[in-house]
Design a protein around this ligand. Structure first.
Ligand code: ADP
Ligand code: MG
Length: 228
């Protein structure tokens, strides 16, 4: 089954006199259960693409169908609900909320989706255990190592059991040991059924994927399946 389909996606950014064409007509399909790496030189449009796939930004032109929904036609509120219910987003810089504890950071998406307190507690506790950070539940992000912060961010991204996990250079700020742990977690989540799309600079990280999309200058230049 198809997870998502984009057709001729374009994104222009206009700032004062400068117009940047970040994406210049990108088309592809991704099947349910795939693990896809997106690669390409800095500035070629990888983050712009991932933000559009994650409904954090809108394309200037083009069609996007996610889980059989034409997302461009959804009203803002419905889009937000659809995003929070189906997509988990992981960032290079973790993007945790400094004023909330580890527990509260992970719980936040469940509160938004109006999950009852008892179930919230169970789900957060299960993830704290899985991510090996139970002892850090009451601590704040600044008190954690980078690897721990990224594990909290992954827990927050998956606490609503998203069908689609998007990760923008998730190991970019980590040393190799913590990076490997993050890649192994993403692989596990993929094996459990989530579709994963990850932007990466690292050939090493890309080896965890079963397909690589190469972008250059806002265009898809290569789409290769990796046969292990
Ligand atoms: P990558 O993630 O591949 O490094 P990006 O998607 O971040 O690249 O950026 C692609 C191009 O779009 C770059 O030229 C960048 O400067 C430009 N760009 C990205 N976001 C914005 C923005 N919000 N406003 C203006 N230009 C932007
Ligand atoms: Mg980027």
């Amino acid at each position: 089954m198809t997870m998502l389909k984009i057709e001729n996606i374009k994104k222009h950014f206009c700032t004062e006199e400068i117009e940047t064409i970040a994406l210049n007509g990108v088309t592809f399909n991704i099947k349910e259960g795939e693990f896809v790496a997106v690669m390409g030189p800095s500035g070629c449009g990888k983050s712009t693409l991932l933000n559009i796939l994650g409904l954090l930004d809108n394309p200037t032109n083009g069609d996007y169908t996610l889980l059989d929904k034409e997302v461009g036609k959804l009203k803002e509120r419905d889009r937000t609900l659809f995003r929070k219910g189906n997509i988990g987003f992981i960032f290079q810089s973790f993007n945790l909320i400094d004023d909330l504890s580890v527990f509260e950071n992970i719980e936040l998406p469940l509160i938004y989706l109006k999950v009852k307190a008892k179930e919230r507690k169970e789900r957060v506790e299960a993830l704290l255990k899985r991510m090996n950070i139970t002892h850090r539940a009451g601590h704040f992000p600044q008190q954690l190592s980078g690897g721990q912060q990224q594990r909290v961010a992954i827990a927050r991204a998956v606490v609503c059991n998203p069908k689609l996990i998007l990760a923008d250079e998730p190991t970019g700020n980590l040393d190799s040991t913590n990076g490997k742990e993050v890649m192994e977690l993403l692989t596990e989540l993929n094996r459990e059924g989530a579709t994963v799309i990850m932007v990466t600079h690292s050939q090493h990280d890309a080896q965890y994927a079963d397909r690589v999309l190469n972008l250059f200058d806002g265009k898809l230049v290569k789409d290769e399946n990796i046969v292990m």
